[in-house]
Design a protein around this ligand. Structure first.
Ligand code: NAP
Ligand code: ZN
Ligand code: ZN
Length: 370
């Protein structure tokens, strides 16, 4: 080797530690595309981070709204979009400052992976209403890597331990995954509006959220009535815990329940008549909207002023309450009723979801990605 060559050789520097690693995922690349395999980056765990291999991920109707960019006004979709916020996995690595989780344990992640942690809402444990905006598990600006966060339709995820949940080993894990969104989203308003014994509760729409609402309202000892547009779901609704099932498109059947409910949870994902369900409330009764249809609904003032009714909304639930809900489920033996699918079946699952044909949550077996 000549002296000249030696002189021009660049000086070797110490290798910089890797800040990210590649992981397999499924993504939509535009509103109309089928989901397809993709390689994404996850950050190497920092001192407070937990790295999990994802075992199961539930399929929420919000995944479908987001993938199709149906919430353009409020939450426009950034592509590629990797959905999934009902995550159960095994911890494979923890940062040196992590106190609550160990390698090998089962843990869970829901709809949020961070928030400002200092505003009044965060301090109250209501991170979903963070004044700076919570960092959602997917389609939120990623504070660590550039671009947006990527969700649970992937083989691995890295999350700050403050947003990782503990899971009881008593529960069947695939059925636990949907608790992380469908579970907390229905549990939180039932607790906030203090639903319990002696109250009549209506659940409108028997899908992922609706079937969890039935289980929780029943466990809280309320009288539960399901309003469904699918006559074929009647037997299931009763098996899940409903005392009665009403076909929501039968005007005479709806009329028989006029002004008889204390509280109603509306979980419908598509355009529907809010005035018909508001009419079911008693004086001072409350209907809480959980569904997030693409188009705004028409509201007649008379639906509310008659009987001083209230119309409210509720968004997922804070981390503390999500843990409380998971512990409540362990105590009462509650999990979601699921259909386990392979990752490659996601588009067929979305198509069934659009038909209201969900029994009652699709959950992806994430080992199918390998
Ligand atoms: P899902 O499993 O698809 O269930 C929605 C149910 O709504 C269907 O099963 C169907 O029940 C009913 N439905 C659908 N189209 C209808 C129509 N045109 N008319 C009447 N009923 C109809 O969805 P999901 O995952 O439970 O989510 C439900 C909604 O909640 C979605 O919009 C989702 O984005 C939203 N969401 C909100 C939050 C939150 O924080 N507030 C959290 C998660 C999800 P029947 O067959 O019984 O009628
Ligand atoms: Zn969800
Ligand atoms: Zn905050």
């Amino acid at each position: 080797m000549s002296k000249t060559t030696d002189q021009v050789r660049p000086k070797e520097s110490a290798p910089t530690p890797a800040t990210a690693f590649a992981t397999r995922a499924y993504a939509a690349s535009r509103p109309t595309s089928a989901l397809a395999p993709i390689s994404i980056q996850r950050r190497v765990p920092g001192p407070r981070d937990v790295q999990m291999d994802i075992l199961y991920c539930g399929v929420c109707h919000s995944d479908l709204h987001q993938v199709r960019n149906e919430w353009q006004g409020a939450l426009p979709t950034v592509y590629p979009c990797v959905p999934g916020h009902e995550i159960v996995g095994r911890v494979v690595r923890v940062g040196r400052g992590v106190k609550g989780f160990k390698e090998g344990e089962i843990a869970a992640v829901g709809c949020m992976v961070d928030s400002c942690r200092t505003c009044a809402e965060c301090r109250e444990g209501l991170e979903q209403y963070c004044e700076a905006g919570a960092t959602y598990t997917y389609n939120s600006p990623d504070k660590h890597l550039s671009g947006v966060t990527y969700g649970g339709y992937s083989e691995s995820i890295v999350v700050d331990e403050a947003f990782v949940l503990r899971v009881s080993d008593k529960l069947e894990l695939a059925g636990v995954a949907p608790l992380l969104c469908a579970g907390i989203t229905t549990y939180s308003p039932l607790r906030h509006w203090k639903v319990g014994k002696g109250q009549r509760v209506g659940v409108v729409g028997l899908g992922g959220l609706g079937h969890m609402a039935v289980k929780f309202a029943r466990a809280l000892e309320a009288e539960v009535v399901v309003f469904t547009s699918s006559a074929s779901k009647t037997a299931d609704a009763l098996r899940l815990g409903a005392h009665e099932v009403v076909p929501s498109r039968d005007d005479a059947a709806m009329q028989r329940h006029f002004a008889s409910f204390d509280f109603i949870l509306d979980t419908v994902s598509a355009e529907h008549d809010l005035n018909a369900t508001l009419a079911l409330l008693k004086r001072d009764g409350t209907m809480t909207l959980l569904g997030a249809p693409e188009k705004p609904a028409a509201l007649a003032a008379f639906s509310l002023r008659i009987k001083r009714r209230r119309l409210a909304g509720s968004g997922i639930g804070g981390i503390r309450e999500t843990q409380e809900m998971l512990d409540f489920c362990a105590e009462h033996g509650i999990t979601a009723d699921i259909e386990l699918i392979r990752m490659q079946q996601i588009d067929a699952a979305y198509a069934r979801m659009l038909q209201g044909d969900v029994k009652y949550r699709f959950v992806i077996d994430m080992t199918s990605l390998k």
